[in-house]
Design a protein around this ligand. Sequence first.
Ligand SMILES: NC(=O)c1ccc[n+]([C@@H]2O[C@H](COP(=O)([O-])OP(=O)(O)OC[C@H]3O[C@@H](n4cnc5c(N)ncnc54)[C@H](OP(=O)(O)O)[C@@H]3O)[C@@H](O)[C@H]2O)c1
Length: 287
Amino acid sequence: MSSITGKTKVCGIIGDPVEHSMSPAMHNAAFRALGLDYAYLPFRVCREELQNAVAGLRALNVVGLNVTIPHKVAVMSFLDKLDPLAERIGAVNTIVNDDGVLTGYNTDAPGFLQTMRSKNIEPEGKNIVILGAGGASKGISFILAGAGASLVILNRTRSRAEELAAQVSQIYQRQVEVVALNKKNMARALDGADILVNTTSVGMVPGIEQTPVPAGLLKPRLVVFDIVYNPLETRLLREAKAAGARTIDGLDMLVGQGALAFEKWTGQKAPLAVMKQAAVKALKNEG
Ligand SMILES: NC(=O)c1ccc[n+]([C@@H]2O[C@H](COP(=O)([O-])OP(=O)(O)OC[C@H]3O[C@@H](n4cnc5c(N)ncnc54)[C@H](OP(=O)(O)O)[C@@H]3O)[C@@H](O)[C@H]2O)c1
């Protein structure tokens, strides 16, 4: 996008707050790189205005929207159609406006899977330990179980992990193990694991000196994926690298979900490297 014209197509993100989002930088860089006449804007929308904001999408012919906290669940009831995966996960982060018909998708979980596969890591048949059972864990657990992985879930609030495991087992017909979050259980789970995914917010700013896993449990043959992206290198990733493990940072997942949304809105393949570079720069500016 060199400049805004009368033909410029508008995309954006709704959330509250939305000021810290890296998506505007990421998408506008991608539009520029491909010479697309699109612009991506942040819209701060409070809960009370969510329904009006969605109606405004149709009225203003906004072509696509990302949805972030706190609207990912509530927005579903204002859309015309839901992609089956978004419906199953129970959260929408991407809306496509097709001539006034609004369809909700979840690209967070597929973005996670695509990131793994882009690094030649195939979850099928792998033993994967998932830390956390919150919103992000739900999509990730569903998509990994759907891809044929065996899961062990550990969460501070055990009942939440049990609820999630029951859903995964019911939908994907796979047994999911749940163990209480303590060092002994973690050691046992990691002993037989191929991949560790941290979906908890432990290690995120401002608590950057915290880690969800004691360093001594990290092994060279493990792939460690931390979905926290601020900081880019969490203590968990730093210690995993030092232990010789392969690491994947949370920004890759953020770029992955953005890339899938970009492709739905533009029909073009997303320039992943451009998007990651813009996200890294935005994150640095964020401090
Ligand atoms: N890279 C990406 O694209 C991406 C996408 C989505 C989210 N994220 C990041 O993922 C993290 C989680 O997001 P979310 O939406 O899933 O949040 P959420 O629904 O609030 O879940 C938070 C999870 O972290 C656990 N947790 C929080 N503080 C803890 C502590 N002190 N000790 C142990 N466990 C703790 C919670 O356990 P309890 O159930 O016991 O409370 C829960 O499992 C955030 O840092 C977010 O920024 C990244």
